[in-house]
Write a protein that binds this ligand. Structure first.
Ligand code: GBH
Length: 454
């Protein structure tokens, strides 16, 4: 056995990171437009004003996707392009852009997977409190209704949120990303509650307003782990760490993914959250639970790296410190393929839903070599190792439904601007020329052989 026959192979992007055309055709401002234009937050004060100019070049980009063998494409919709103030009036030019994008994908045999929220909160909603305002759930419901009404005749797969952990952890706890705040625990727990309800309302809208049955999930991130050895003790400690807070910090509350995924897939907050943060946790009413844990069709996990765990005293999980010189990428993230075996295995065990890797990849040291090629052999090795691990998880019985490589092309890497290159396709930002890297040809072969070449 190997990957299943109808395994979904593709790559992913997000709107702000590639589209550009930040102030064209009636698009409203979002928190990233404001964050980048304020200055002082992003490497080199880079902005997404132009990015990969995908808004104007999407046909060329989709042609390249087809040539490179993509079967599926995960992209996100920029809320303020569709609804400039986030609520009320719909901007038909924004709708037209996504209509053309979707049509072009389908005409090229590429299945669209649409993410509704990949961090582009309309600025007008932010001014009304954004995620701190309980109304976010209704705003998201209305936006999701428009998405369903306009696109569900052709789009059958939807992700509600991209990485709720990052929305809060990077936007409001560390402040590294828009809107760049450092709020206290009371606000953090208000936002966790509001975001869970917003996800639920989004699912309701998609189910109620779609013109055909659609499949829904979300893309989570959060801390994942692998065991230091094959001993039952280390494995058990790793499984425990994956779904339980291993310390009582606010950081751990946000990044342990059971905080969001347990309410969504199991209908309850994990119990440590109440133990450690009972003073600020907003309890879920029966109605909330029903809304938040409406059955989903699949589970999506973004994974770049994991930490190693061994069983300490009484079997308690302990993180193993890495030795100096441990392999790492240009983000200084460790190379830990084992995570792509253990995380899917544990997550599938717990939530029992078809499992997608919705993002995986690396920033590597890519440039155009003298012969015109981008020889990113590190990326080939990385993909080979991570995909072998994922294949092993599939062979061991987890229902692995698909894999989206991050990212189709180099793009605006949030607070790091254009300094880091995650793409299979190299982008020359001066000329907007696209050059498929060597890894793109390797990945093409992976998709063509359904992973037999790994
Ligand atoms: C993804 O997020 C994004 O979805 C994508 O847009 C982005 O371009 C891509 O990754 C590459 O960065 O415990 O405080 O050290 C990345 C998510 C960022 C999640 C780092 C975990 C560590 C948090 N990851 N983070 S911390």
């Amino acid at each position: 056995m190997s990957f299943k026959k109808d395994f979904v192979w593709g790559s992913a992007t997000a709107s702000y990171q590639i589209e550009g055309a930040a102030f064209e055709d009636g698009k409203g401002w979002n928190i990233w437009d404001v964050f980048t234009h304020e200055g002082g937050h992003v490497y080199g004060n880079h902005t997404g004003d132009v990015a990969c100019d995908h808004y104007h070049r999407f046909k060329e980009d989709i042609k390249l996707m087809k040539e490179l063998g993509m079967k599926a494409y995960r992209f996100s919709v920029n809320w303020a392009r569709i609804m400039p103030t986030g609520e009320g009036a719909v901007n038909e030019k924004g709708i037209a852009f996504y209509n053309e994008l979707i049509d072009e994908l389908l005409a090229n045999g590429i299945e669209p997977y649409l993410t509704l929220y990949h961090w582009e909160l309309p600025y007008d909603l932010y001014k009304q409190g954004g995620f701190l305002n309980p109304k976010i759930a209704d705003w998201f419901y209305d936006y999701a209704s428009v998405i369903a009404e306009r696109f569900s005749d052709r789009v059958k797969h939807f992700f509600t949120l991209n990485e709720p952990q990052c929305i809060i952890g990077l936007g409001y706890l560390s402040g590294e990303q828009a809107p760049g705040l450092k709020t206290g625990k009371k606000d953090i727990f208000q936002m966790i509650y509001n975001l869970l309800r917003a996800h639920g309302k989004c699912v309701s809208a998609l189910r109620e307003k779609s013109v055909q049955p659609v499949k829904i999930g979300l893309a989570s991130c959060g801390n994942t782990y692998y065991p230091a050895s094959d001993s039952p003790e280390d494995i058990e400690a790793t499984r425990y760490a994956t779904f339980h807070m291993i310390n009582d910090s606010l950081h751990e509350a946000v990044w342990n993914f059971a905080t969001f995924m347990d309410p969504i897939y199991l209908g309850e907050y994990p119990k440590e959250l109440r133990e450690y943060f009972g003073d600020v946790l907003i309890e879920l009413t029966e109605e909330d639970k029903k809304l938040i844990s409406q059955p989903l069709d699949f589970y999506g996990q973004n994974n770049y790296n994991s930490a190693e765990i061994k069983a300490g005293k009484d079997g308690k999980p302990e993180i193993v410190n890495r030795y100096d010189g441990f392999p790492e990428t240009m983000m200084l993230w460790p190379v830990t393929p084992e995570g792509l075996y253990w995380a899917p295995k544990f997550i599938y065990e717990r939530y029992q839903k078809p499992f997608f890797i919705t993002e995986n990849g690396l920033a590597s040291m890519d440039w155009v070599h003298v012969d015109g090629k981008v020889k990113d052999y590190g990326r080939i090795d990385f993909l080979q190792r991570y995909l072998r691990a994922l294949k092993r998880a599939a062979e061991d019985g987890a229902d692995i439904a698909g894999y989206f490589q991050w990212s189709f092309m180099d793009n605006f890497e949030w607070a790091l601007g254009y300094a880091k290159r995650f793409g299979l396709v190299y982008v020359d930002y001066e000329t907007q020329e696209r050059i498929p890297k060597e890894s793109a040809y390797f990945y093409k072969e992976v998709m063509e052989t359904n992973g037999e070449n790994l």
